[in-house]
Design a protein around this ligand. Structure first.
Ligand code: KIV
Length: 277
């Protein structure tokens, strides 16, 4: 493991992860990890376990608030949870989700992204394909790094009609590849792919120079992301792509988080049973 991706030095701290750390990891072919956190305690545990990227995801609407979708999450919710995570974080790179309808117009996009950055995010994440290319450009041009979230985009659940795998049909897969390239050209610094066939995720990851983070996208993306409640086996539903790392941990939650990091880096997770083909 290189010093840049090493969880902790002998003094118990590590150099803060930056976007260039992640790009270098992709160039070297070394996997990195991302996990959601919504509070200071988990931010500290995850960053100390070696998770490189913490996502303050709008999944908090489902896992913390008990809603049946991410749609009710507000900007105030995101600001609160990002500021909690920032206080506990020990050097991970922080991505904050822009909630539903917070980037519907250019003015809204700029103001809301700036608010999340002031709260402590180092990058914002927006969901969509070609239609978010303008917002991506607008933000990137002004110094706000963007993670574009494609594939299954939970904020569009009412249009998609269910939590289904995206890009199975060859024509859809082709348009997703074109949209991913467009988002990179528009200035996206990271692409996140959710619930897409393994082969499509591999093609997209190889076609882009920016890091690609996957969830339910197979082992060939540059990084993996998981919802922390899923990794600990405390979510009421267990999707196919989830592994409970707490079950076999010999050191409680810390052991589970370390096992997740180790398994992603050693390419043991995701295994074939977690993938869509
Ligand atoms: O909101 C979230 O936690 C996410 C992940 C599931 C990728 O977008």
């Amino acid at each position: 493991m290189s010093s840049q991706s090493s969880p902790l030095s002998s003094s118990g701290s590590r150099a803060p992860i930056t976007l260039s750390t992640l790009i270098k990891l992709k160039q070297k072919g070394e996997k990195f990890t991302c996990m959601t956190a919504y509070d200071a305690c988990f931010a500290q545990l995850e960053s100390e376990a070696g998770v490189e990227v913490i996502l303050i995801g709008d999944s908090l609407g489902m896992v913390l608030q008990g809603h049946d979708s991410t749609l009710p999450v507000t900007m105030d919710d995101m600001v609160y949870h990002i500021s909690c995570v920032k206080r506990g974080n020990r050097g991970a790179f922080l991505i904050g989700d822009m909630p539903f309808m917070s980037y519907a117009s250019e003015t809204q996009t700029l103001e809301n992204a700036a608010t999340l950055m002031r709260a402590g995010a180092q990058m914002i994440k927006i969901e969509g394909g070609a239609w978010i290319a303008n917002s991506t450009h607008l933000l990137a041009e002004r110094g706000i790094p963007v993670c574009a979230h494609m594939g299954l985009t939970p904020q569009s659940i009412n249009r998609i009609g269910g939590y289904h795998v995206q890009g199975r049909d060859p024509r859809h897969a082709e348009s997703m590849l074109a949209e991913a390239k467009l988002l990179e050209e528009s200035g996206a610094s990271i692409l996140l792919l959710e619930c897409v066939p393994q082969t499509l995720a591999k093609t997209i990851s190889e076609a882009l120079t920016i890091p690609v983070i996957g969830i339910g996208a197979g082992p060939d993306t540059d990084a993996q992301v998981m919802v922390v409640h899923d990794v600990l086996g405390i979510s009421p539903i267990t999707p196919k792509f989830v592994k409970n790392f707490l079950k076999d941990s010999d050191d409680g939650i810390t052991g589970a988080l370390r096992a997740y990091v180790a398994d992603v880096k050693a390419k043991r997770f995701p295994a074939p049973e977690h993938c869509f083909n």
